[in-house]
Write a protein that binds this ligand. Sequence first.
Ligand code: RFL
Length: 411
Amino acid sequence: MTADAAAADSAGSASSLHRSRVVIVGAGPSGLTLANILRAASVDCVVLETESREFIEQRPRAGFLEEWAVRALERRGLADRLLENTEVHTECEFRLAGERHRFPYADVSGHRHFVYPQPLLVTDLVREYADVRGGAIRFGVRDVQPAGIDTDQPSVAYTDPETGERIRLDCDFVAGCDGARGVTRTCLPPERTTVARHDYGIGWLALLAEAPPSSDCVVFGIHPRGFAGHMARSPQVTRYYLECPPGDDPENWSHERVWAELHERLAADGARPLNEGRLIEKRVLDMHNYVVAPMAYGRLLLAGDSAHLLAPIAAKGMNLAIHDALLLADAFVAYYGKDDDSGLRGYSAACLRRVWQYQEFSQWLSDVFHGASSGDPFLAGITAARLRRTLVSPAAAIGFAELYLGKDTDY
Ligand code: RFL
């Protein structure tokens, strides 16, 4: 039996049947943004999530939203708490060779960053969808399995966590919003799909410290010992990154070693001393990216990390996930409201335009961050020249700021 036939069989043998126009697999930023907009437009949908509500409302990850994304969420009535509780950033700082270089990106681009931890955004989106708008969502589901995506009668089967019952949801479309380790991407036929991958060959030790931020903006430390980053998350919590070998064991990084390296790599004349604190997250990320193209096949449409992964070098992943969700939501609303399928047909190409711009920017920025520690004097020289140009040339600064903050429209 082929994988697709087995999936169809497993879906077909479900003991309980239900129907919804759109089944959304995954309750991250992409799935929940999509669900909220569909619910507001009275497009019937159900969200399936493998984790519990408590878990997704606490999972620490991203923290920076670009202004176009915030404004788009605001227009959909999804940013009230965000706008009340966010901190707005207008500058970032590069540190190298013991010197600080401020980059006033809001002056250059007219756009700002909004600091709002991902768990807070997810909490707001779940509350709005499930508690305010009365949307259907199932937490803790198991063995989620889409089937029939190349027919006009797709379905998604799952096991109910309380009863153990196998349930099949018949639908018109499946939205694959289940992140980098989800199941929906595996349903795309390999012969019709390209997966472009890039491995940076670099690790980042991702840290969350129970300590107030030590600067009023994001700090990028470019240092021969390796990159170090500082990013505010809240008045009490700060995210730090330390470049390390890929596959390194977080246990190699004691509290003392972490703070010694952060002090050294972020040192600069006139810089505030770092506020130290307990490390509440410590894990090694092997930096790699991928892009799935096209992002849709038959009745399955992917959004967010299920379709494209960006290492957190340029803080882009959550922004892209929201971008996909907005386009997909508009496409579904046009399809059901006006019988217009052009948005669905153009969905993948429209998303990929921004995806590739952000991938290119991440690669560019990765070179700047890691050139000095690459051990390659040529790369170190080139990337230092790149950064100098960005800091000194107004034309180069505009180009950088436009990509760092994103634009309202795509190239
Ligand atoms: P998510 O957030 O991973 O949500 C997917 C959801 O699907 C569930 N799931 C399933 N549900 C049903 N059936 C299955 N078979 C399922 N398999 C999985 C999962 O439990 C989950 O709830 O994907 P989404 O919506 O595409 O959102 C993507 C963002 O989460 C991600 O891009 C960002 O976190 C990336 N990122 C950052 N992005 C930014 O824009 N700015 C940042 O500052 C930033 N910092 C970061 C980051 C990611 C990080 N990690 C994960 C490496 C910092 C870090 C440390």
